[in-house]
Design a binder for this molecule. Sequence first.
Ligand SMILES: NC(=O)c1ccc[n+]([C@@H]2O[C@H](COP(=O)([O-])OP(=O)(O)OC[C@H]3O[C@@H](n4cnc5c(N)ncnc54)[C@H](O)[C@@H]3O)[C@@H](O)[C@H]2O)c1
Ligand SMILES: O=C(O)C1=N[C@H](C(=O)O)CCC1
Length: 252
Amino acid sequence: MKIGLLGFGKTGKAVAAVILQNKEFSLEWVYRRTPHLEGRNVPEFLGIESDHPGRVYSAETIGMSALLAQHPVDLIIDFSSETGIYTYGEAAAELGVKIISAVSHYSENEKELLKKLAEKTVVFWSPNITLGVNYLLFAAQFLKKIAPWVDIEINEEHFKEKVGTSGTAVKLAKALELPEEEINSVRAGGIVGKHEVIFGFPFQTVRLIHESISREAFGNGVVFVAQNIKDRAAGLYKFEDILLPYFSTEQN
Ligand SMILES: NC(=O)c1ccc[n+]([C@@H]2O[C@H](COP(=O)([O-])OP(=O)(O)OC[C@H]3O[C@@H](n4cnc5c(N)ncnc54)[C@H](O)[C@@H]3O)[C@@H](O)[C@H]2O)c1
Ligand SMILES: O=C(O)C1=N[C@H](C(=O)O)CCC1
């Protein structure tokens, strides 16, 4: 599967490193806003031995439609920001190029755009692309179903510079019907990402914890998602759509 990547910051670099070492994929290009690193070879830049082309292009030099015509891909992965989708969304959807967006927060406008693009191609969006957190989300919902009266607290910890409440914690709060304002956030040093749901029962406490110990975790998540959406029809997908069949009690 040929891949294009938008967002080559802290996470994009770690995700690129994981993809470059996977023989099922070929990282064709990285697309940046500015010409910084333009023309660089990503495997060489990251010091990874890989035969993927992985060349850096910039919006100042080539538009997305031209890039997709000259260097076609099957899938675009987005670890940029809210605005990234406007750069490639329409061009990708027109060509049926699949989209995995890992951007943690979107406003209603971008969410509407994702829905529109999903009429033409596969669009997957998840504020947290790790298998672990999405498993935790299911487990937490099950426990709440069994004991709807239990006290629940959500804690999230991230690196000092992260702005706003994590998209993952917001999603957990929605799923567990808790007010977003009650999420407890810690910002300290270089914490990659930790989410905890505490169930306070009388006489016992249940803690569901997920910690990303390095950003390569998000690369592994991308690989898992890409493998699971590759044969899907156009539509808007979330992590739950991939995991739900695994919770079936039927034997296969
Ligand atoms: N879903 C997940 O599991 C997950 C995991 C980690 C990070 N994230 C999210 O991914 C995003 C990036 O995180 P980060 O820590 O790598 O941030 P970062 O600031 O280190 O990197 C973001 C990069 O994207 C680039 N960028 C921003 N807007 C762009 C655009 N319109 N076009 C092209 N490039 C653009 C920036 O220049 C920068 O290089 C954030 O939304 C973050 O919350 C999601
Ligand atoms: O590095 C980040 O930024 C992360 N953001 C996600 C969020 O906001 O939920 C979670 C993973 C790391």
